[in-house]
Write a protein that binds this ligand. Structure first.
Ligand code: RAT
Ligand code: ZN
Length: 417
């Protein structure tokens, strides 16, 4: 093993992070056989809900008038407000520019019609290949909802997803939607009643097991509000304890908790109307302590929770911390959070996921995040070299691979001892 010269450390980290393909463990993308659920193209890109929220802050049209527009008119309105009348300096607006630039669109005219013309010749399948190449992503994990009738119908037809798209069983309503969700489960043939007795819990276990199987899900996931407490006497605690925990334990699958979202603080914004709050780390710690043989993944939405989440991960080997989620998926916060996690957890966490909803976005989400992960890694490797450690090319490769996919794959494969 030969040590790299000090002045080679930063350029080597840079090259290695750029060249290492990513396993993107949380997106809202779909494979081609899911038809219209797979979103891509300029109008989808520009009507991303992050940009809708930014537009409606500054727009002169009412919420209702905006929602009455068709997608093309919404996109034209957003383009006008955020890209023409103002400089597109927000992270989500900059993301559109990165995508278009990397695809090779000419932005000089600043006209949305030119962008539509630019995209017009792309075919879906070729576009998927091109985007995966440009983003240097090898696999993305979808967010799959068995309770959604459109998606369910596609699974029931026996869809064979592209192996680059893996599934996750996302179960927010099954944890948070009692008693109403019992009707939806019943309509699917699961005898779960609103009282949530022993029979219902058995049926929820059957629902989880059957859908994990059908989707070949890599993990089971939920998003939780800041008010979530564990344990308490709510249906959420019962379903976690008596259904999710045993089913995921039996299959050795992680249960991913995304904690801190307050849904619909402004319903007029529809899907752009969710917000956040500081959550209770002690509840997460109690879940982890109560189930040492289960595997958990967690990410939290408020900046205020990030330090305690990293400390919690030091205490619990059954927890994999992942990503800078949604409102903390901004360069300044990604850098701060990634630096802190590296200092507290070394290479044993997953710095990022894309949360892309529109295929094209994996280009920018990874382009922007890779630079920051590389920046922090450069500093850390330079620091240990300055302290006297002979940094090798191999350990830079290994660390980059662990951060961008290896840690996730190893965690999936691991069996808690
Ligand atoms: O980041 C987002 O697009 C959010 O709307 C949510 O989808 C969030 O990531 C989630 O998975 O709940
Ligand atoms: Zn998401």
């Amino acid at each position: 093993m030969s040590a790299l010269a000090f002045d080679q450390i930063r350029p080597t980290v840079h090259r290695v992070i750029a060249a290492t393909p990513v396993f993107d463990l949380h997106t809202h993308l779909y494979a081609v056989p899911f038809g219209d659920l797979l979103l891509w193209g300029p109008d989808e890109l520009i009507t991303y809900h992050y940009l809708i929220a930014e537009t409606l802050r500054v727009s002169d049209v009412s919420y209702e008038a905006f929602w009455a527009m068709d997608k093309k008119r919404q996109a034209a309105h957003i383009w006008q407000k955020l890209f023409i009348e103002r400089a597109p300096v927000s992270e989500a607006a900059r993301g559109v520019i990165t995508v278009l630039g990397r695809l090779g669109a000419d932005l000089n005219a600043r006209r949305i019609e030119n962008l539509r013309d630019f995209y017009a010749s792309f075919k879906t399948e070729d576009f998927v290949n091109r985007v995966f190449d440009l983003a240097n992503v090898h696999t993305v994990v979808m967010t799959n909802d068995a309770l959604d009738p459109v998606e369910r119908e596609i699974w029931n037809r026996g869809v064979k997803p592209d192996p680059r798209f893996k599934a996750v069983l996302r179960i927010d309503p099954v944890l948070l939607g009692w008693p109403k969700v019992s009707d939806r489960l019943k309509a699917m043939g699961y005898g779960a009643s609103s009282e949530l007795g022993a029979e219902s819990l058995k049926e929820i276990r059957r629902f989880l097991a059957e859908w994990i199987e059908k989707m070949n899900a890599l993990y089971v996931a939920v998003s939780l509000p800041p008010t979530w407490r564990y344990p308490d006497d709510s249906p959420t605690t019962r379903v976690i304890r008596e259904a999710v925990i045993p089913v995921t334990r039996e299959r050795n699958l992680p249960f991913a908790m995304m904690i801190g979202v307050t849904r619909q603080v402004n319903p007029l914004l529809r899907m752009a109307g969710d917000s956040l709050g500081k959550s209770d780390i002690a509840s997460l710690e109690r879940v982890l302590a109560e189930h040492p043989r289960n595997k958990f993944m967690a990410t939290m939405l408020s900046r205020e929770n990030q330090h305690e989440l990293a400390v919690t991960a030091r205490k619990f080997r059954n927890l994999m911390v992942f990503g800078c989620w949604w409102f903390v998926n901004n360069p300044s916060l990604i850098e701060e959070i990634t630096r802190m996690r590296m200092e507290l957890l070394g290479p044993s966490f997953i710095p990022q996921h894309s949360d892309a909803r529109i295929l094209d976005q994996i280009i920018y989400k990874w382009d922007h995040s890779r630079r920051i992960i590389a920046k922090v890694m450069k500093d850390k490797f330079a620091d240990i070299a300055a302290a006297g450690w002979p940094v090798s090319r191999d350990e830079i490769d290994r660390t980059a691979h662990d951060y961008l996919g290896g840690n996730f794959e190893r965690f999936l494969a691991s069996v808690p001892a």
